[in-house]
Design a protein around this ligand. Sequence first.
Ligand code: CTP
Ligand code: MG
Length: 218
Amino acid sequence: PRTAALIVAAGRGLRAGTSIPKQYAPVAGRAMLAHAYAAFAAHPGIDEVMVMVAEGQQAMARAAIGDEAAIVTGGVLRSDSVAIGIEALCDTADRVLVHDAARPFVPSVVIDRVIAALDDADGAIPALAVADTLTKDDGTLVPRDGVYRIQTPQGFRLPILVQAHAAWPADEDATDDAQMVRRVGGRVALVQGDVMLDKVTYPEDFAAAEARVTWETR
Ligand code: CTP
Ligand code: MG
């Protein structure tokens, strides 16, 4: 089967508080998007990479990933950007991995796991079991058994992802695609995630990402 990667990089990065949108801010010497793009472009199981970029940010995107990269203008919500990306693939793929540009470090073994799991499931998502005690702010304990942190890349068989986006209410945002695929009855498998994939969301997450790469490479 042909497998495409869709990298969503069309957000505004408001919570990160950087002067330029966070996906173009450097981590370990390169824009976050550049790291993520390189991981998929180099992976032998990925046939095509498409990047969703916000209006007016094409020049920044080109500076990060070059003139040859396939770039499409994204939408208002993350789910809009994914839907536009799916459309732009125009049925050239059987499977698609959707990835957040805000997760710069993508271990190739995680891409392998996601692709492999799609042989037996409609979707496959990297997950990490929660190890910390969980409580609400009033002290109520939240049982952590069977609770996972879900990351990207999230892989899907393309037809069900198309169906999921068609059925999703236009004004409802979704933080990931797995919840959309599940809502149309798709079976989504969990595969082992990786702390390297943790998302950069808040200002302090940049230092954490730098620290992770230092650990990894020393
Ligand atoms: N994204 C996108 N299109 C949107 C919104 C988000 O492509 N309309 C992308 C972001 O660029 C990011 C990923 O979805 O790579 C995850 O979203 P998030 O971490 O929320 O990033 P932002 O929406 O940019 O940040 P914030 O919510 O803090 O403004
Ligand atoms: Mg957002």
